[in-house]
Design a protein around this ligand. Structure first.
Ligand code: GUN
Length: 297
């Protein structure tokens, strides 16, 4: 029987586990603060940011949302980041990606104070993670590690294939999987749009992490019997539904489910974990910035 990994349930466990740390901070007069910044009219980004704000409210993090006009000059975003960097009530800053074209994304990533960079995207934090000394692990790969842990999937010595090489998911995921550390020690291959024979790689994998942003790229015929399949894709495809679209992953779920040992659904798999790890990083940021020690594992 294939096990469907319930990301909502694991994310709830993570949120519950933050309660003690948030209480400890509260006793010391500290309420963690997370600022989300949106400069985009992408409807999916708007949804993601509002869900992140709702999560903050649920666990007792002070959520602050800044929305900038998509036609405003880029300087407005840079100034907003400077203000949030200087605000002691803000412990974490997340600028939802992608931002509008007039903005220099690299400048945004290096403008967020590394101590408040709960995405883990600042070059200093990327460097620390690669060196095995992460300040903040990026939320999606970190969430996937937690999903694997909660589902009892052994990464040590496993053949892992990461499909996709984005800065947000593919690259950091592969990096964490190769580290000599718990939830690492996997023999890891990164496949991408120029890979000649994707199936030849995925068929050899004990763990497949599909993060290419291509609807239903990986199907059951490309998997080894019993493999663990983690689907990071959230693709809107035209469909005859009320909204005019449906969400599909990077994995063709029905055929993959026939072959996989464990599989994440879309939605309800990786997405809730990304959001839970953002809360986790925000609590860690608040603890480190205020010197109030908390228990996080
Ligand atoms: N866009 C898609 N995923 C993410 C993420 O994890 N963080 C930010 N800031 N933007 C994103």
């Amino acid at each position: 029987m294939t096990e469907v990994i319930d990301g909502n349930a694991v994310a709830q466990t993570i949120r519950d586990s933050l309660g003690g740390a948030i209480d400890t901070l509260d006793d010391a007069g500290v309420t963690p603060g997370l600022a989300t910044v949106l400069m985009s009219d992408d409807p999916a980004s708007e949804t993601y940011v509002s869900m992140k704000q709702r999560d903050c409210e649920e666990v007792g993090i002070n959520g602050i949302h800044v929305e900038l006009d998509t036609h405003a000059p880029a300087q407005e975003l840079y100034d907003t980041i400077d203000d949030l960097n200087a605000d002691p009530d803000v412990n974490g800053i997340l600028v939802q990606m992608p931002v509008v074209d007039q903005v220099d994304t690299r400048r945004v990533l290096r403008s967020v104070a590394p101590e408040k960079d709960v995405d883990g995207f600042h070059p200093e934090n990327v460097g620390r993670m690669v060196a095995g000394n992460a300040r903040f692990k990026p939320c999606t790969p970190h969430g996937i590690q937690k999903l694997l842990e909660h589902s009892g999937v052994e990464t040590e010595g496993a053949e892992a294939v990461v499909v996709g090489r984005s800065d947000i998911v593919g690259k950091p995921m592969a990096n964490l999987l190769i580290q000599k550390a718990p939830l690492g020690n996997a023999t890891t291959t990164v496949c991408h749009s120029r890979t000649k024979d994707l199936a030849a790689h995925t068929r050899n994998a004990d763990i497949v992490i599909a993060a290419a942003g291509v609807p239903e790229l990986v199907d059951g015929s490309m998997l080894k019997e019993g493999a663990t399949v983690i689907d990071v894709g959230v693709n809107r495809v035209d469909a005859d539904t009320e909204k005019g679209y449906e969400l599909v992953g990077d994995v063709e779920y029905e055929s993959a489910k026939e072959v996989a040992g464990k599989i994440t659904p879309v939605p309800g798999g990786v997405g809730p974990m990304t959001r839970a790890m953002l809360l986790w990083n925000t609590v860690k940021a608040a603890s480190e910035q205020t010197g109030v020690a908390v228990d996080l594992d």
